[in-house]
Design a protein around this ligand. Sequence first.
Ligand code: T4K
Length: 370
Amino acid sequence: MNRAPVFVTRPMLPSLAEVIPLMEEIWASRMLSNNGPMLQRLEAALARHLGVAHLAVVCNASLGLVMALRHFGITGEVITSPFSFLATSHAIRWAGAQPVFADIDPVTLNLDPAAVEARITPQTQAILAVHCYGIPCDTAGLSDLARRHGLRLIYDAAHAFGVRDGNRPLVAEGDLSVLSFHATKVFNTFEGGAIICPDAATKAALYRLGNYGIVDDVSVEEVGLNTKMSELHAAMGLALLPHMEGAIAARNRVAARYCRGLAGVAGLRCLCPSDKAGHNSYAFPVRIGPDYPISRDALWQRLKDEGILARRYFHPLISDMAPYAGLASADPAGLPVAHLASEQVLCLPLYPDLDPADQDRVIATVVRPC
Ligand code: T4K
């Protein structure tokens, strides 16, 4: 039987009926970009939804990360995780700074503060940490480190939409946090992102930086970029946002179903705390250890043969990719935990409307791979 492939994720969309009235407003106003009414509404609605006071919406998280670094004038060394999507390190380079890789914690798979501390030099200016799969970093440990060494702390929160750490929204941590609204993320505007900022002055400075550096009709004070989100993208976000609570609850249910279905499988560990209040189940990473009957890569292929497109996020490590492999901090000997994770982690399909029958096939294949 020829089945449709089961993708690792599928974007959530609002109904067209919800989108069309917003399109009609855009057509009537003929405001298509440049801090238009849809963008302003989206920013206000997102700030309310996320429980933060200020945020600046941008056209994608990659440029949001570049802006966050540029905002603080970071051009020296930035300590970051090799276990992430390559955009994290690319942003450091595009900002004109140098990535320095530090090893990760074996449980959270996020930067290990002790490993970060060992990489600090007089050239270090910032830490760019990633809440991988929406699992919170050791924010207390990293904040303490940043404070003691006078470093900026920026979070790549691309995966962390809606995550709460205790009573606080996780994105409120650090000097700045950057969310992604890419199609593959928990909340999407097709392409997009946002920088969570501490005050209105920072938001205004970020808007200026993302609007060519223009101050007014006659003055430009810096070499800015264009990182604006269009009204069309903002409208998509406005239509989708009311669905987010239900979407995250549905993600958590899918994740919990995996946890039940995969409980007791020898050599396999589910990594996301789907039972923890405040988690968003952005992804469903499992760790394939030596006691599992086949290797992670063999399981990935076995699933692929069944039309199940699990993904090896994140393999290879960023530090092993050509633009970074020559760096001293990219030496695999200094990144043993990240290397093992990159060889053992596999992300299974997870999205709010994953068909239970498809999920059952994933579970059955993982439970009995041979
Ligand atoms: N920091 C971190 C930690 C990130 O993970 C990312 C992005 C960024 C920063 C940068 O954020 P942005 O600048 O993008 O805002 C995907 C995404 O393209 C990328 O955004 C994401 N991380 C990364 C983890 O995953 P690919 O190359 O794996 O995506 P792709 O096209 O293979 O998509 C995965 C699956 O999703 C497909 O098999 C099918 C499904 N899909 C995808 C798209 C784009 C759909 O069903 N519809 C779609 O429109 O990188």
